[in-house]
Write a protein that binds this ligand. Structure first.
Ligand code: C2O
Ligand code: CU
Ligand code: CU
Length: 529
């Protein structure tokens, strides 16, 4: 069935109300439920899973430094609505089919509240995973005001739980940002972009098989794929919605919550985006862009000025990114090449909002501050069923701890990508900075394991010079990031945010460790240059 675009109005997710609030903390309860959701006027209701029965989940609005406690309650049935691959880690016959654990993406929180993949729980906490810590999660919000998002992170089924609908926004604000007088209130709108596919009866389609060469006789009936892409673009839970916009400035907080799909966004009116924020906070200065490439889990905070447009004018937000990015199929200009439509109407009041030339001070890390440098290779191989298997440093998720940054120490991580595809690499606990991308000799690397740079160091573009928690790692390039770990010690994960890669098996644990013996921790001189 081909759905007609631009027939449903864009919904805006509701703001979540706390259960209780006092001087010491704000307390929320959030239930994960199964329910039916209308994705499009002409589509029958779809069985989904969502926080508080909503797609996307309700939005948290919190203040910087506000102490937020959340009881995440699993009220889901025992049976998954999507096909579970029993050959993946954590998905064996003795593991419950439906497991959840909530991660606040981009937040710096204690490990016990980070949503570790093995800290899952089933309905009413009947069963808990091998690393379950606590029921009520604590978020201290001592970071820059920004757009974070919460989503499920259960081991081996993250791709299914997020696709089923378990994702929502979490916005941190502060006084400094309020005083900037950016467009706000009804003129500040989040756009959560996802791609889905539907069966004719309205149910969610998610592939359960994959083609491999010479499959062994025990090839599973239900198998993970190397990456899902849907044929329908959904924004805030509606397929190709429209939004009436007044002739004035708007602020859009854009999140790519898709499993695999990257988007190259542009406006068919030829207008520019003014990017004011990245994953972890405001940019130092606004950046004007004709197009923006947004990878899974990245956020871009933009202002779009419709004041120069005529009333009645229709402007499409379009996508030109290939999938897999950046070598696969180009999008169909009539379907996956469309995101949503803006319909310009008259202003109801004067636009007094501004986009200041200077937004916030971003202190760049100095490369010389780095205590050490680590190499993380992004590897592709085959598993025992001849399926593509994605690894980090050729180890899988249960392959032991190899990264142990010291608390309060700065490190440089080099993501080495000898493959064909981009991988959006995400590190928990930190907001990092992108240092650069450097092309290297892939053949020599594959033959000898040596990294020899072959070209110019590419500085990050202006809109990547803010705080980031996810970085697009280009094929044939070493992507260098710099981060300061801490203040918490303990176990976190880093992974590719293409959810099918994360589940199989492009995710690794790491420990932030106390500096017990500072004399024995030698600063490493190697900066990777
Ligand atoms: Cu949004 Cu560990 O991920
Ligand atoms: Cu995260
Ligand atoms: Cu990947």
């Amino acid at each position: 069935m081909v759905l007609k675009p631009f027939v449903d109005a864009l919904p805006v997710p509701r703001v979540l109300k706390p259960k209780d609030k006092n001087r010491d903390r704000t307390y929320y309860e959030v239930e994960m439920r199964e329910f039916f959701h209308k994705f499009h006027r002409d589509l029958p209701p779809t069985k989904v899973w969502g926080y508080e029965g909503q797609i996307p989940g309700p939005t948290f609005e919190v203040d910087q430094f506000e102490k937020v406690h959340v009881l995440w309650k699993n009220k889901l049935p025992d049976k998954h609505i999507l096909p579970v691959d029993r050959t993946l880690h954590g998905c064996g016959e003795h593991d419950p089919e439906v497991r959840t654990v909530v991660h606040l993406h981009g937040a710096n929180v204690e490990p016990e509240s980070d949503g570790y993949p093995d800290a899952w729980f089933t309905r009413d906490f009947e069963k808990c995973g091998p690393r379950f810590f606590r029921k009520v999660y604590k978020y201290d919000n001592f970071q820059e005001p920004t757009t974070l998002w919460y989503h499920d992170h259960a081991i081996g089924i993250t791709r299914l739980n997020v696709y089923a609908g378990l994702a929502g926004l979490y916005i941190i604000r502060n006084e400094h940002e309020r005083l900037l007088n950016l467009p706000s209130g009804v003129y500040e709108i989040p756009l959560v972009i996802q791609d889905k596919s539907f069966n004719p009866d309205g149910s969610l389609f998610y592939p359960s098989t994959v083609d491999v060469q010479n499959p062994p006789p025990d090839f599973p009936d239900v198998s993970v794929t190397p990456g899902f892409t849907g044929n329908t673009i959904v924004v805030n839970g509606k397929a190709w919605p429209y939004l009436e916009v007044e002739r004035r400035k708007y602020r859009f907080r854009i999140l790519n919550a898709s499993n695999q799909r990257f988007y190259r966004l542009s406006l068919d009116s030829g207008q520019q985006f003014i990017q004011i924020g990245s994953d972890g906070g405001l940019m130092q200065r606004p950046v004007k862009l004709d197009e923006i490439i947004i990878a899974p889990s990245e956020r871009v905070d933009v202002v779009v000025d419709f004041s120069g447009q005529k009333t009645g004018c229709k402007i499409n937000l379009v996508n030109t990114a290939r999938t897999p990015f950046d070598f696969g199929e180009p999008p169909d200009p009539l379907t996956t090449g469309l995101i949503m439509q803006f319909r310009v109407i008259e202003r109801t009041s004067e636009d007094t909002s501004t986009v200041p030339e200077f937004l916030t001070k971003i202190k760049r890390y100095n490369e010389d501050d780095a205590y050490r440098m680590r190499d993380i290779t992004l590897d592709v191989t085959n598993d025992m069923y001849n399926r593509l298997l994605f690894l980090l440093n050729n180890r899988d998720y249960y392959g032991g701890i190899t990264e142990e940054p010291g608390v309060d120490e700065v490190e440089i991580w080099r993501f080495v990508n000898p493959g064909l595809a981009f991988h959006p690499m995400h590190v928990h606990q930190v907001q990092f900075q992108v240092l650069d991308r450097i092309p290297f000799d892939v053949n020599e690397y594959v033959a000898t394991g040596r990294i020899r740079y072959t070209g110019e160091t590419e500085d990050p573009p202006a809109n990547e010079r803010g705080w980031k928690d996810t970085v697009q790692c280009a094929p044939g390039h070493v992507t260098r990031i710099i981060a300061k770990f801490g203040p918490f010690t303990g176990r976190y994960v880093y992974h590719c945010h293409i959810l099918e890669h994360e589940d199989h098996d492009m995710m690794r644990p790491f420990d932030v460790v106390a500096k017990l013996d500072p004399c024995n921790r030698k600063k490493c001189d190697c900066r990777g240059k």
